[in-house]
Structures are given as structure tokens and as C-alpha cells.
Design a protein around this ligand. Structure first.
Ligand SMILES: [Fe+2]
Length: 183
């Protein structure tokens, strides 16, 4: 059953405290898989980015690390800043988990089973398809905002605190692969 597969690849969805929000996150991933040529097990195999040649990190390893860093960061911001910089952990976790859900519509598989960008993905990168999926699944706008702004497109937008955290968690675990100091 698809729900069981989503639960298996995404144990972090259980971290979402609000039952209604948690259910919508499950349904959003399920909806993406029904529209995608990719299956849950593919995400544990394909590289997390097409921008790194022979990328050694899987899609799920990267996405789950981003969620884990985002939650830990949100908890530390709350611990040290408290009401000075409020962080909604449920919104933060849901947004981090859904940030790349649109990649299921951005990728397709070639004859060898490798992933590549689809024509749809060229027209509509995953922040756009991700927002479409999130709104279709009735996610709160605060969560769709994180999906919309997590990547470079979001540099043109005023980000929420939660969106800044997800953006940095995403980029701190991507940029060293493409532009770290080489000695
Ligand atoms: Fe992304």
C-alpha cells in the first residue's frame, strides 16, 4: 500500500504533531507518486541532484538530512531566542518534508532507469509543481510558502523564518558538493 511505502521512506512525517497537518503531508506525497513515473524505492537510489556528476548521495538521504537539520535548527532558535524569533515547528517540519515533493513531477526515467529532467520540469521547476501539489492537498499557505521559496527562486521573495531555516538547511547540504574549497 502506498501509505506504508511513504511511511517507510519518510519516518520524519510522524514528527508533525498536528494530526490534520500530518495527514495532508502524507496525502501530498501519495498524490505526487500517483502522478510520477518514480516509485518510493527509486528515491532511495537516484541522486538528490542532477547538478552534481556521479552524485554519491541519494534523494532520500539528502531530503531526510534537510528535515533533520531544519528541525534541530528550529529547536535551537526557540531555545536561544524564544519569543524574539518565533518558530512554528510543525510548519517548519512539514515545509521541509514537502520542499522537494515537486521533483516527482520534474524528473522522469530514461531507458536505463536513470533520472533526468522532464520537459515539464524544464517548464516548471519543483518549487512551482510542489506548490501546485501542496495547494491541491489543502496544505496551509505557510507550508506552501516554504515549498515556493526554499530554492533560488525564493531569493526574490520575503521569506518567513521557517522558510529561511529550510533554505539554509537545503543549501548547506548541497553547495559544498558543487563549490567547496579544492586544495
Ligand atoms: Fe529543492
Amino acid at each position: 500500500m502506498l501509505r506504508d511505502e511513504v511511511k517507510r521512506i519518510w519516518p520524519e512525517i510522524a514528527w508533525i504533531a498536528d494530526a490534520d497537518l500530518r495527514e495532508k503531508v502524507y496525502r501530498c506525497w501519495e498524490r505526487a507518486f500517483t502522478l510520477s513515473p518514480l516509485e518510493p524505492a527509486d528515491l532511495e537510489r537516484i541522486p538528490f541532484t542532477l547538478k552534481v556528476a556521479d552524485c554519491p548521495v541519494s534523494f532520500m538521504a539528502h531530503k531526510r538530512l534537510v528535515v533533520q537539520i531544519a528541525r534541530a535548527s528550529g529547536e535551537k532558535v526557540r531555545e536561544f531566542f524564544g519569543d524574539a524569533l518565533p518558530v512554528d515547528l510543525d510548519v517548519l517540519i512539514a515545509g521541509a518534508i514537502l520542499a522537494d515533493v515537486g521533483k516527482l513531477l520534474e524528473y522522469e526515467k530514461d531507458a536505463a532507469g536513470d533520472s533526468r529532467q522532464s520537459d515539464r520540469g524544464k517548464y516548471l521547476r519543483h518549487p512551482f509543481t510542489g506548490v501546485s501539489l501542496a495547494m491541491e492537498c489543502d496544505l496551509p499557505d505557510a507550508v506552501s510558502h516554504i515549498v515556493a521559496t526554499h530554492a533560488g527562486e525564493g531569493n526574490l521573495v520575503a521569506r518567513s523564518t521557517e522558510a529561511w531555516i529550510v533554505h539554509h538547511a537545503d543549501f548547506m547540504t548541497f553547495e559544498p558538493f558543487v563549490k567547496r574549497l579544492q586544495l
